[in-house]
Design a protein around this ligand. Structure first.
Ligand SMILES: [Zn+2]
Length: 216
């Protein structure tokens, strides 16, 4: 069974690893959009501009239909970078609308905007899976998000002993793992997570794939 890296910004070529490369339509070259390997496409909150929203959504709506596009995103909210929050919410809601229409999961970036994100999910009654990538906050917030029906993905920096992510891995069976923009290998991240989970890497791979297969 392969390793699943649910969110990376690198071009992956390793055998035995299925990685979903995340491309932002605001900065990656449109015409070079890969046609076969698994990718996610979206308007990243750092780069998305409200005055470009209409043409970019038009383009995204076409690209997102490609069968190798596994997720819409990363998209989301960031209190520290990008457009003002009001505009970021508009940009995110358009992408949620698209994900719902084509029935694909959302991969979400969220910095200091978790209550806004929860409110949007409630208000729009989002049905597609909403995966928060790179979650590295405390266990209490993680549990609150899981209760609200979000899914969480962890990278290596989150997996330190006694971190919120480490505790969440111990207390839940459903999570994803990712390399994001780090140089660490996905194998290494699985190894650390398997130790925290007190299971084998193979068991972890099987569990993560079972979850992933539910919505692809
Ligand atoms: Zn990312």
């Amino acid at each position: 069974m392969d390793f699943l890296d649910i969110h990376t910004h690198k071009v992956a070529t390793q055998p035995g690893v299925i990685s979903i490369q995340s491309l932002s339509l605001t900065s990656d070259i449109f015409l070079a959009m890969p046609k076969t390997k698994p990718i996610s496409v979206g308007l990243h909150p750092w780069f998305a501009k409200i005055d470009q929203l209409e043409p970019q959504m038009k383009y995204l709506s076409v690209v997102a239909n490609q069968s190798n596009v596994k997720q819409v995103g990363e998209c989301g909210l960031d209190r520290l970078r990008g457009e003002n929050l009001e505009n970021q919410i508009l940009i995110l809601e358009k992408q949620i609308e698209l994900a719902e229409k084509i029935d694909k999961p959302l991969i979400l970036h969220c910095v200091k905007c978790f209550s806004e994100l929860i409110a949007i999910k409630d208000r729009l009654k989002v049905k597609v899976p909403m995966i928060i990538h790179g979650f590295n906050k405390n266990e209490g917030l993680g549990k609150q998000l899981l209760d609200k029906g979000f899914l969480l993905s962890f990278g290596i920096t989150a997996l330190k002993e006694n971190s919120g992510a480490a505790k969440l891995i111990e207390s839940t069976d459903h999570f994803f793992l990712e390399t994001d923009d780090t140089d660490i290998s996905i194998q290494e991240i699985y190894k650390v997570a398997a130790i925290l989970k007190k299971c084998t890497v193979d068991e972890l791979k099987a569990r993560i794939f079972a979850d992933w297969n539910k919505f692809v």
